[in-house]
Design a protein around this ligand. Structure first.
Ligand code: ADP
Ligand code: MG
Length: 411
């Protein structure tokens, strides 16, 4: 699913109205009958004007005609929803141009975009429900009921939940990207000029970074949260050259002789929040242990670092929840308008998606790699399952600002 913004400049105001009408219609209809599109778009030129727009939109793939339908109708495509979101950001003056895709996973596309001043930002487009839900029966039943709308519903929920958590975490002072805005199945956030830990072959002090990551897990727990996918792809590593006059603290100070490597300060930034769960979740211990073990395993493999301390353990972390006045972010976010049912639906979809990624730790982002130029299919179950340590196919990930060409949105 590649986002091609070229067709955007050819869309007329009427076309946008008709596209919006299809979106509104899809709240209650899997397939939106043409007469409903006509009445929802309330265009002056009447039905012939609407038909012209329908053809234009269908031609560039923003809506799709459903041939098997008993009646003549259309549905919104991912492309159509992408355009609507971009249109919203453009009219709020939050996005002015769109650049390269810098990351692609089964659940999302990550694009560099920019505002009018050229400041780069990141647009994360959720693509939940893009794979088929073959293995879990309840999901199959559930999908049968919701069919066409499910991907839109689930992807929007994922974006809303991720945005809510990112905002709450940022407010609490966690090292996460600054969230800017949210529309439909997308979120807009600050660009982090950093590479995922996965791509980092050396750090000045693995023990210090390990301790920092573990303390991040514990700090999350204190606020009632488990990340749920705390792995080397979801931790971006900022490497900043230490200023000569900066007060050198602790660990860094010990190694000042080996200048090039040790004059960097390494800061981890945590990303990717749609799967976050509460410390009160019925499987909290499993999620907590999985996050901890992900860090342990990665540090052992990559940096040959094994902590001398066992744990941390869930039962100890559980005792700290809400202590010392720590705000319960799990409760705060859940109280901010997510229905229990919606969160359950999302959780089931994410769990299913993680299961199809296929590794036992659930940190199956390992399959994220691959060419950025190929369109992904609706059904990606049979994707590459090579899980070795090779970084092949990951070179599109991370920041390379030089390569980014921006395309202005003409809307
Ligand atoms: P997914 O849910 O598909 O795993 P992520 O949120 O983990 O999506 O993002 C995938 C990749 O995109 C990351 O590994 C990282 O390389 C890049 N990325 C995501 N957010 C940002 C950001 N704010 N700044 C820079 N790169 C980012
Ligand atoms: Mg990720």
């Amino acid at each position: 699913m590649k986002l091609d913004t070229k067709a955007m400049r050819h869309l007329t105001a009427e076309d946008w109205r008709v596209l919006t009408a299809v979106e509104i219609g899809s709240r209650n209809h899997e397939i939106i009958p043409t007469p409903l599109i006509e009445s929802l778009s309330k265009l002056r030129g009447g039905s012939s004007r609407v038909h012209k727009s329908i053809s234009a939109l269908a031609k560039v793939g923003l809506i799709a005609r459903l041939k098997e339908a008993k009646y003549d109708g259309y549905r919104l495509t991912y492309g159509g929803l992408d355009y609507l979101a971009l249109h919203t950001y453009a009219s709020r003056k939050e996005v002015y141009s769109v650049g390269n895709r810098i990351g692609v996973g089964k659940e999302s596309d990550i694009l560099v975009v920019a505002d009018e001043s050229g400041t780069q930002r990141v647009l994360k487009i959720h693509r939940l429900g893009r794979i088929s839900f073959r293995t879990v029966k309840s999901n199959r039943d559930y999908l049968r009921k919701r069919q066409g709308g499910s991907w839109m519903y689930l992807s929007r929920l994922a974006a809303e939940k991720e945005f809510a958590f990112m905002r709450a975490l940022k407010e609490e002072g966690f090292p996460v990207p600054e969230p800017i805005s949210q529309s439909r199945h997308t979120i807009l956030m600050h660009f982090i000029d950093a590479f995922p830990l996965r791509q980092i072959s050396e750090v000045p002090d693995p023990a210090a970074l390990y301790a920092e990551l573990i303390s991040m897990i514990l700090r999350l727990a204190k606020h009632g949260l488990i990340h749920g996918d705390f792995n080397e792809f979801n931790i971006l590593i900022k490497e900043e050259r230490e200023k000569p006059d900066a007060s050198v603290k602790g660990k860094e100070a010990e190694n000042t002789t080996e200048e090039s490597k040790d004059s960097y300060i390494v800061t981890p930034i945590l990303i990717d929040f749609p799967q976050m769960v509460s410390m009160d979740h019925q499987n909290a211990e499993m999620y907590f242990d999985r996050d901890v073990n992900c860090v342990k395993r990665f540090f052992e493999r990559r940096f040959h670092f094994v902590s001398t301390q066992p744990g941390p353990f869930f039962k100890d972390a559980k005792k700290t929840v809400g202590k010392d006045g720590a705000r319960r972010l799990d409760a705060a976010v859940e109280a901010s308008g997510f229905s229990k049912k919606a969160l359950k639906d999302l959780e089931a979809a994410i769990r299913e998606q993680q299961a199809t990624r296929g590794d036992e730790t659930g940190s199956g982002d390992e399959y994220d790699g691959g060419s950025t130029d190929e369109d992904e299919d609706e059904d990606e179950d049979e994707e590459n399952t090579d899980t070795d340590e090779s970084d092949a196919g990951k070179d599109d990930q991370g920041a390379d600002l030089q390569k980014i060409e921006m395309e202005k949105l003409s809307i």
